[in-house]
Design a protein around this ligand. Sequence first.
Ligand code: AMP
Length: 619
Amino acid sequence: MAKIGINIATGSLQQAEMIVGIDLGTTNSLVAIIHPETKLPTALREFDGSSIVPSVVHFDAYGNVQVGEQAKPYLESDPKNTIFSAKRLMGKSYKDIQTHQDFFAYKVIDDNTESLVKVQVGNKFYSPIELSSYILEELKKRAEHILKTPVTKAVITVPAYFNDAQRQATRDAGKLAGLDVLRIINEPTAASLAYGLGLDPAEEKTIAVYDLGGGTFDISILKISNGVFEVLSTNGDTYLGGDDLDRAIIEYWLKQFAIDNLDQHIELKQQLRLAAEQAKIALSTKDVFETKFGGETISITKQVFENLIHPIVQKTINCCTNAMRDAGLKAIDINTVLMVGGSTRVPLVKQTVATFFNQPVNDSVNPDEVVALGAAVQADILAGNNVSMLLLDVTPLSLGIETMGGLMDVLLPRNSKIPTQAGRQYTTQKDAQSGINIAVFQGERDLVKDNRKLGEFTLKGIPSMPAGLPKVEVTFLINADGILQVKAKELRSGVTQSIDIKPQYGLTDDEVEQRLLDSITHAKSDIAMRALVVASTEAAQLLAVTEKFLAKNAVILTQAELLETAGAMQALQLAITMEDKDLIQTKTEELNDISRPFAERAMDQAISGALKGKDIQQI
Ligand code: AMP
């Protein structure tokens, strides 16, 4: 039943509680809704017109927490107690971020490099989830203040590259802030929704979403048809954005105007950083920028600026090339290019992207708000106001389980559309085996040791059966948030076991990229290794079976036959130790050739024995 309330501030009637869309950004965050009257996605604004809350959290000596614009000045004056970019730490271990440790001015704890990071402020420790929850709490408070109604339900966006752990961490942060997170969606997917793409079910389009924010870059290729959004591929760089453009200007000024190292002068450093950002923003519309610094005039022209940032922009184009390659598309296949993130206001960025995709870019929606606006559109779909739409995303890396000999058996190939499900049957290797271990891995390599382990569990209680008889069905289910559930069921007995994968630490974009590259460079050696593992596993099985056979049936063999078999077994064992695939195969064949007649003889004996038995019984 729909609830109806009255807005006590305005006296107007209110519908059931609104679901808000939240862009929880690395640098800035904001909330949007579908306006109840205009039905248009709208960013929530304070009286001063501001919609953006800087993603900055400051803790004072008394434990008071300030978030957003009020916390921002402390970035320079009290850096140890002021947390920015908490999003970069979501679902990460210290090991994941240690190469970027210098980036964080606050203390990121490194005592256990494998487990999730914590941030130390004074004598207190905060998880990235708690830190993000402060930002979400502030957004919730703001939304409630503006809407004059409680806000408890939200759709939150995350970068397309976020893995399970990072999505789960974002969900947990929402919960901690008192929000019921109805859906986690990818930022580029949200952006395309904000552009109203896919609202007409007859529309068929392939679009590129180019998202260059303050500190991160993402490119996604989406396909829209029948009101369905499908992410064909994603690529990006988590340490590339507007901050790099600012830094390029700072470095230029330091050199050009022989400014001394400012490391000891926090205020001057901050002043120069702000001036650089001002210059960058001004140069989006002007040809020259000039300001005073330390009594001197410093300046930069648009031409110089563009020369400085050319390599940075080129880096984003390399990512675009990769994304297009993964999607199997050429520029001519792209119908629309959407610009997202404040840094896409830089004219050189627009021009370079337009040249790459060979068409003008689409930048009509405010690039700072577009993601939150799209989240609001998704929230509206979830509220049941737009039922014709569905969202599909993709898995960035293949998912599978470990099988005999440490091989990776892929159940869901990379770039599988989610939500999705896949299953495969396995069996036991030993007689009366009561448990089977399911180890789940993510990656493109043939051996699990080269991939990343996500989790493992044991299916216990399999009733006693000969090897090969139990049927264990393993199912992978990825829900719409991209969270993986792995289930194993023994079909004859019905015993079932499952886990939700919430990995302890995540992969950086670079690592995802590296894993893909590794899978290509190692393709040949991986194939050879797989062949060796398969041959060794088969050989080991034959040795085990032969040994078992000999223990039972030695009496039906002559001494010479026993010696010959032992020799062949020894030769095969040696071939396995030498890891020589061809030799293993030859020696397996030889042992098979020797032992096959014995098995037949044993069978004959057993049958005649059985018949004799019958005869006797029958008499
Ligand atoms: P976002 O993370 O999407 O909020 O983007 C923030 C980044 O956009 C910051 O690096 C800003 O300096 C940058 N930005 C905002 N406006 C402009 C502009 N007009 N020209 C260039 N960069 C801008």
